[in-house]
Design a protein. Structure first.
Length: 488
């Protein structure tokens, strides 16, 4: 019997999206950013609370729920709360006349949550599109901004191309298995068709995750979007894409070995056989993403572009988790380290970018390192939260990012990939330079002694301050008490 309560978080968030969209035309322009974000935040909070009621079950053989998916869902909803608070601050101070952004963000949240739960390719494709179309609109919400127009054009066109590639891969997998389920067995003689189809599907998911070699859109799109939307994309879209990639990866292993279907992401899968070609695909993606992300970020002045290349690099770190604990020798895979890293990265990046949106002032397009110098001294509460998030991204204790990187690299050493762990560790040290540079700039002596940076600093900031503080505390709590993350 289907456990319908497992859909409750998505239903509540979708209901919040519909209510905000329906209420928007009836509010005056000056009241939209005072009322709609709080409506959205209430329904997101209800959605987070409703995860306490969900069970571990499959729904219609299309979706599944287990402890890791529950944690990923809570992470997505919390990062959405950060995004809503950042949007309220940015659009409120810009006196933006429209309030539809909050409903669009909640709809994208629903799609990403369903991506984490999907165990069928058609269900995954629908969830991907439900995530993508609202994000297209959010990227281009500033219609008169040339960077926003360029970003949404590149994102929409490339997103349409890779959605087509993904769907064509699904068609090939259906031809090879007679089913669209992740764990469907391969029919006799159709292994090559299955391999090509899965390669196209993985390519489509890597595009959504912003991993190399299909990362070319990330920097421009992150630059065109507002900082709050950038944080939402870096966290929520990446969680959805990489969670789906992990589910598809387990499905590939099960289909190739003919073992029992696997839908619980918390379980260890041992198939006894492994594909060298799959190993090299993961290896190439990991190396390209880590190298491009770490080295390209050093040359950037914009915080958004720095964290855009951070997103590329961290995608490379996370795909290493697909090979743990010992894929190459025994075909055993457990994705706990990958998802622990994903959760810490999502909260860290969303919290950092939301805080940067606040400290950039009325115009969040002024978020270069020079324009942010000394702002942390004037707004220390949010700045300290941002520093904790940056410390987690850099892998510094006691923030959760340290334990996430340690478990990932230690797992790679144990799996006989010490050289890959060493490369990743070295590149993470390089990347720590640009995280720490942002933290240093925030508290460096200010170049501007006027009070303009703090003008109206309290207006539209209460939700944002609360969300950033919770993000910082969560990163410390998960770093000190890793069992709190429910990943064993």
């Amino acid at each position: 019997m289907t456990n319908y309560i497992n859909f409750m978080p998505v239903i509540l968030v979708a209901l919040g999206a519909l209510i905000t969209l329906a209420a928007e035309p009836f509010l005056r322009d000056e009241n939209k950013h005072k009322v709609l974000p709080w409506i959205a935040a209430i329904f997101v909070a209800l959605g987070i609370g409703s995860f306490a009621l969900v069970g571990t079950d499959t729904m219609f053989n299309l979706y599944a729920m287990d402890p890791i998916r529950r944690l990923l869902g809570v992470t997505i909803l919390f990062c959405t709360l950060l995004g809503v608070s950042g949007l309220q601050w940015t659009l409120g101070h810009e006196k933006f006349k429209g309030g539809e952004s909050y409903g669009l963000m909640l709809l994208a949240c629903c799609g990403a949550t369903l991506m984490t739960q999907a165990i069928d390719f058609l269900a995954l494709f629908i969830a991907m599109e439900l995530t993508s179309f609202p994000v297209y609109a959010l990227v281009g919400i500033r219609r008169k901004d040339m960077n926003a127009g360029e970003g949404v054009f590149k994102y929409f066109v490339s997103g349409a191309v890779f959605s087509t590639i993904f769907l064509y891969g699904v068609a090939l997998v259906y031809g090879a298995t007679g089913s669209t389920h992740f764990c469907a067995a391969i029919l006799d003689g159709r292994g090559p068709i299955f391999a090509v189809g899965m390669l196209l599907i993985i390519l489509g998911l890597l595009f959504k995750a912003g991993a190399a070699p299909v990362h070319f859109w990330v920097a421009d799109v992150y630059t065109g979007a507002s900082v709050a939307v950038t944080g939402f994309m870096a966290a929520v879209v990446k969680v959805g894409a990489l969670a789906a990639l992990g589910s598809v990866w387990l499905g590939i292993l099960v289909a190739r070995s003919g073992s029992a279907p696997a839908w619980n992401l918390a379980e260890k899968i041992t198939v006894g056989t492994q594909s060298k070609s799959l190993f090299y695909v993961v290896l190439i993606v990991a190396l390209l993403s880590m190298v491009i992300g770490a080295l390209s970020g050093l040359a950037q002045k914009s915080v958004r572009r720095i964290l855009a290349f951070s997103a590329v690099m961290n995608a490379g770190f996370m795909v290493i988790g697909l090979l743990l604990p010992n894929y190459l020798e025994s075909g055993s895979v457990q994705l706990g380290a990958m998802y622990y890293f994903l959760v810490t990265y999502a909260i860290g990046s969303a919290g950092a970018l939301t805080g940067i949106a606040y400290m950039a002032g009325r115009d969040d397009r002024k978020e270069t390192l020079d324009s942010l110098q000394g702002v942390g001294r004037k707004r220390p509460f949010v700045a300290l939260g941002v520093v904790v998030c940056l410390a987690s991204l850099a892998g510094l204790p006691p923030a959760a990012g340290f334990l996430a990187k340690f478990s990932l690299f230690a797992g790679a050493f144990s799996a006989g990939m010490g050289w890959l762990a060493a490369v990743g560790f070295g590149l993470s040290l390089i990347a720590a330079v640009y995280y720490l540079r942002i933290a240093y700039v925030l508290f460096a002596p200010s170049k501007c002694e006027c009070s303009c940076c703090c003008e109206n600093s309290a207006k539209f900031s209460y939700l944002l301050k609360f969300a950033v503080a919770v993000a910082a505390l969560a990163l410390i709590a998960v770093g000190v008490f890793p069992n709190f993350a429910l990943i064993g």
